[in-house]
Write a protein that binds this ligand. Sequence first.
Ligand code: DAH
Length: 332
Amino acid sequence: MVPDFIRNKIGINLHNKKGHPLYNLRKKIQDYFHMYTFDNLYPVVSVEDNFDSLLIPPDHPSRRTSDTFYTDDTHVLRTHTSAHQVNLLRKGYRSFLMCGDVYRKDEIDSTHYPVFHQLEGLKICRSPIMDLHKNMEGLLKFIMGDAEVRKVNSYFPFTNPSWEYEVLWQNRWLEIAGCGIIHPDILKNLKIEGTGWAFGIGLERIAMVLHQIPDIRLFWLKDERFLNQFKNNYEHVIFKEFSSHPPCTKDISFWTKPDFQQTEFFSLIREVAGDLVEDVKNIDTFTKGDKTLLCFRIVYRSMDRTLTNEEINEVQEKIRKMAVKNLNIEIR
Ligand code: DAH
């Protein structure tokens, strides 16, 4: 059920690779909190841990097979590091960080990749609202320097109240962290008396802003020309482009039925094209009766070589064939 392209990411653990920008960032967050960090928890977790234990309702969209990678009927590739909260609390831990790879079927563009990394923190304490905001503001100042941040009200099933922290980046507010006061029912279910806070931060987003890294696929490169830039004295490194190869753009149009899920199509493209695909956009939609004609523009670009048209035609043909076979569509 999980494509090889995704399965092969398990165990790579970029956040544990010395000198990698994601490793540097998580070390920096650890330096701020001085809390024990779990960084090697296995990413296949039960549906119960990922959703039920966090009070995520049975009909929540994030549970759909179109959003989440199921490894079998009762297990998923964790969609967030929050999946470990309840188990660690049950084992007796009362304040900790955890860092790991998380998996979601998502858009395809320069800031979205089906695997990314989160760092989660949790603390049982008194006056958690005050303590949470003091820590979030302190942390963001510590890692982002003078960047402008703001806090907005939000909603997560497992915290109440909930907030999101955002950073101003090139005139846009980007969400970088969710947080809140642990929902009392979670603690009640565990027979823990008291209150506490939790937060979850996306590491790629922050690293992209800090170092001006233009494409999320770069984090996965084994190329020294990428990695060496962050090896020493990484704090103020601005990423230097080391190669730029031309893009190759192809359109694909097909008729879909109401059962069509765009994220399934994106996942299939990743499975076939791997890291060669840079961006996919729906550029046209036309509905007639219960059928919808969709046109997508796929931009291919390699991070390390120039692509040939023949090679991309082959990839495109494979995508077409697999989509017909697996997605109940009709090529126009
Ligand atoms: N798990 C959330 C997500 O992936 C982020 C998050 C929000 C984590 C609130 C938390 C929290 O621990 O309290 O979007």
